[in-house]
Design a protein around this ligand. Structure first.
Ligand SMILES: Nc1nc2c(ncn2[C@@H]2O[C@H](COP(=O)(O)OP(=O)(O)OP(=O)(O)O)[C@@H](O)[C@H]2O)c(=O)[nH]1
Ligand SMILES: Nc1ncnc2c1ncn2[C@@H]1O[C@H](COP(=O)(O)OP(=O)(O)OP(=O)(O)O)[C@@H](O)[C@H]1O
Ligand SMILES: [Ca+2]
Ligand SMILES: [Ca+2]
Length: 526
């Protein structure tokens, strides 16, 4: 047990010992401890403890992003605030003005894509992103991004329309923001989760294509990375010109692959970066190789000695930089097993560049780098978080994710295609008193061959203020949500068709929603 300022917080003694005395006495530790002390009891009471373990996971992910203790403590407390368990005044009193300012800004970032903005519109989304990037501390942006990722992982229990709004905001605003601040892995995760929620059929197609070869390709990437690091370190010319090497390997994300097929109109065999490797050379100044071009070319030669080079795909953007100044040597190698019976694999793209070139290419790099904690400190902060997570796991049971209990009934969704809100409302409001009563709703649903149960379900969904009838405002709000759903479903269908053709997979989803069509016909023709 550890006590701070009267209240008692349970801490696993073994975990506390691992943290070490130096950490326990540091100001980072004090701040994190205060945040935990404030949030733990509140979050433990909320949602069966689920929010507490989530808060700790968010905190650990912020530590992984090399955020400082102020951001991490703000992350823990933000979860407690979002659960309605902690007020801003308490956060400020416990954590001080720095963390409180971060919390306030993160809430501003959270609310930046307001309901007035149509984030599906690229220009509007870009304006929101720019406003966030120029208006707020980048640490507050990263804090909100970590919270968003957590939210995206726990959307099962929230209403469908909310799932879509959140996913669309993430896809259009927050995932590109993560990319812009240099948090590439976070961006990728946000994209794939929102892609899956918004376009489930299209996601399934891409997933089927990519997952088939994923394990094998990832194994190849891991082996190649090790082999390449060894070969580069053993090369005499490179040893002279380069102080160190960094090799990054990545398997293409679902969303990124989908964009190539759907938006660029490529065939799957024309996607040449499913396997990707990037070699970053820490080029020595004054070694007689100007900007490091020669070292990059030498790296290519070493690679040619190891794997099967595909000369037609070599692009030297160092000798001839792209219009935007992008510099990098791009090559491709064929990692298929030899012989006619050998396993065929997609090509592997290798980007070779110096640190300077890489810094310039990774947009926003400086922005993100400016607020990173010392890597050692970041590791220690992470240890504290993991220790706290262990403690939490001992005391709390994570609730299993709940199923989707709030699906929009097919008949309700049908109203989407009606388009004309006023006309639809007038049609349903049979006695013309400006409200749709339960009787009126039941009547029209029965006209359509649906039972009273469907009417009840529909009423529950639409009746925002629970007064048992629908105002035209409630109806309009509903219509807006349903239109978004219909738009997404159309796109999902469209993408699915394109992907299906390209990936030549048989479609097995032929559901015809006769019921839905009936209602929309009725609403349109009425
Ligand atoms: N940051 C940055 N990266 C770039 C730029 N141009 C290319 N890249 C990277 O290099 C990859 C390959 O680009 P290219 O070699 O031009 O080949 P491509 O066939 O046009 O590329 P893909 O669209 O990837 O098939 C891209 O997918 C990016 O990862 C650039 O201007 N800036
Ligand atoms: N060959 C590569 N090796 C290692 N990392 C890569 C490689 N290509 C891209 N990445 C990085 O992986 C992340 C996601 O990759 P993605 O393929 O979506 O990017 P991209 O290549 O820039 O996009 P696109 O190919 O659609 O133009 C980004 O952070 C990107 O910088
Ligand atoms: Ca690429
Ligand atoms: Ca009425």
């Amino acid at each position: 047990m550890a006590s701070a300022g009267g209240e008692v917080v349970v801490v696993d003694p073994a975990a506390a010992a691992r943290m070490g005395d130096d950490v326990a006495t540091s100001s980072s530790w004090t701040l994190l401890f205060r945040a935990l002390k404030l949030a733990l009891p509140a979050l433990r009471d909320a949602a069966g403890g689920r929010s507490l373990s989530r808060a700790l996971i968010v905190a650990a992910s912020l530590a992984d992003l090399q955020m400082d203790a102020e951001v991490i403590s703000a992350g823990i407390v933000r979860q407690a605030m979002d659960a309605g368990a902690v007020a801003m005044a308490d956060a400020e009193a416990q954590l001080g003005p720095g963390a409180a300012a971060l919390l306030r800004e993160s809430l501003d970032v959270k609310n930046a894509p307001s309901s007035q903005v149509d984030v599906a519109d690229e220009e509007a989304a870009s304006a929101v992103r720019n406003r966030i990037l120029s208006g707020y501390d980048v640490r507050a942006v990263i804090l909100e991004l970590a919270i968003r990722l957590d939210a995206m992982k726990h959307l099962d229990g929230v209403p469908k329309h909310q799932q879509r709004t959140t996913s669309l905001e993430v896809l259009k605003v927050f995932a590109p923001l993560a990319h812009a601040v240099g948090a590439g892995a976070l961006s990728k995760e946000l994209e794939d989760l929102s892609f899956w929620r918004l376009y489930p059929q299209a996601y399934a197609q891409v997933d089927q294509w990519l997952s088939g070869q994923e394990d094998d390709c990832k194994r190849v990437l891991a082996t190649c990375k090790d082999d390449l690091l060894q070969a580069l370190a053993a090369d005499d010319e490179l040893r002279h010109a380069v102080a160190g090497f960094d090799v990054k390997a990545r398997y293409k994300s679902r969303f990124s692959a989908m964009k190539k097929l759907v938006k660029d109109g490529r065939r799957p065999e024309d996607v040449h970066d499913i396997l990707g490797m990037r070699v970053i050379l820490d080029h020595r100044a004054g070694c007689g190789d100007g900007d490091g071009h020669r070292a990059c070319v030498r790296t290519h030669e070493v690679i040619k000695g190891m794997w099967k080079d595909v000369p037609a795909r070599t692009k030297d953007y160092i000798a001839r930089p792209k219009g935007d100044g992008y510099r990098s040597l791009h090559i491709a190698v064929d990692m298929s097993e030899p012989g006619p019976e050998g396993k065929k694999r997609p090509l592997m793209e290798v980007q070779i560049r110096t640190k300077e070139m890489n810094d310039a290419a990774v947009f926003g790099h400086a922005l993100y780098k400016g607020c990173l904690a010392d890597p050692e400190e970041a590791k220690r902060l992470k240890d504290i978080m993991l220790a706290a997570a262990e403690v939490a796991a001992q005391h709390l049971r994570d609730e299993p994710a709940t199923g989707d209990q709030t699906g929009v009934p097919a008949a309700a969704a049908a109203a989407a295609s009606a388009g004309n809100i006023e006309r639809a409302f007038r049609l349903l409001d049979k006695n013309g008193d400006g409200r749709i009563s339960m009787e009126e709703l039941t009547e029209i649903m029965e006209d359509l061959g649906a039972g009273g149960k469907d009417a009840e379900e529909l009423m529950r969904l639409l009746d925002d203020n629970n007064d048992g009838s629908l105002s035209s405002d409630e109806f309009a709000l509903f219509q807006k949500r349903v239109e978004l759903k219909a738009k997404l479903e159309d796109k999902d269908d469209e993408y699915k068709e394109i992907l299906k053709q390209k990936l030549q997979k048989v479609d097995d989803t032929g559901l015809i929603h006769v019921y839905r069509k009936n209602l929309s016909d009725k609403l349109v023709s009425g």
